[in-house]
Design a protein around this ligand. Sequence first.
Ligand code: FAD
Length: 279
Amino acid sequence: MIPPIANNFVAGKSPPAALERAARNRNNSIGTILNLLGEHHDDPEDAADDTEAYCSLLDDITISDIDALISVKPSQIGLEVSADRFEANLRRIVDKAAEDNVFVWVDMEGSGTTDVTLDAYESLAREYDGGVGLCLQANLKRTSDDLDRLSDVPGKVRLVKGAYDEPESIAYTDKSRVDEAYRSLIEDAFEHREGGIAVGSHDPAMIEYARQLHEEYGTPYEIQMLMGVREDAQRELAASGVDVYQYVPYGSRWMMYFYRRVRERKENALFALRAVADS
Ligand code: FAD
């Protein structure tokens, strides 16, 4: 069992707990992106184990009547072992997902992994004709070039502000500058991208901006938010007809993820403490 203090942000330890959460989201017309918690595996066996866990999850998704996708971290499936290992494991997952007709997102980690992740993503997205999507981070100065590079690559792009601390030489470190870059990237995507766009943000200003851009350009888009964050807003957006996906982490390695959520916002810490007090 995950203690009540953490289960606002993490669905549970096992796939059934994650699938149950997805079924609840479906009742609110919200899709679910399932993420098995885990990262920085430098042992190839750990990377292989998580790869197989995703393949088995894909089977579980297919036999249940839920709208669920998966999202995978590159360092969870071998990027810290070698680029080849990462690409082979990602291929195994994407191949299985294509059979099962489930979409695969690839998360983006620290800037040292961007090139390898983009290369593997691009070749698989072309090969599987768009059953995959990639996250790009607005805090990196390179990202508008990366978005251009992916403009005619099938598949979706999830734009986020960026969760990793990066050096000033390659990244915007000032929050207002990151917001400016984020606006500019989503505008560019709505205006020029042929594939899908996901706005991965809880920021009401960015969500409203995406709505305006959709009205202006007619480009389809979806909003993605994390489990446990602005869930009222998620439900309201979904009820108003916007495609909303909730990113739902699960698994035994929940402690570090939960700690990050608490550290990034004091509201999350208070929320968690209230949950303990009420339990
Ligand atoms: P912020 O800029 O943090 O906040 C802006 C405003 O949003 C706040 O003023 C507030 O009004 C609202 N808000 C934000 N958080 C909360 C909250 N907890 N409670 C209430 N209101 C809030 N990053 C990566 O680097 N790689 C990834 O692969 C990746 N995948 C992601 C997938 C999804 C689905 C999401 C939602 C985020 C992902 N991120 C990823 C994280 C992302 O980069 C940001 O660090 C994170 O989303 C915070 O930025 P923000 O745009 O949500 O809002």
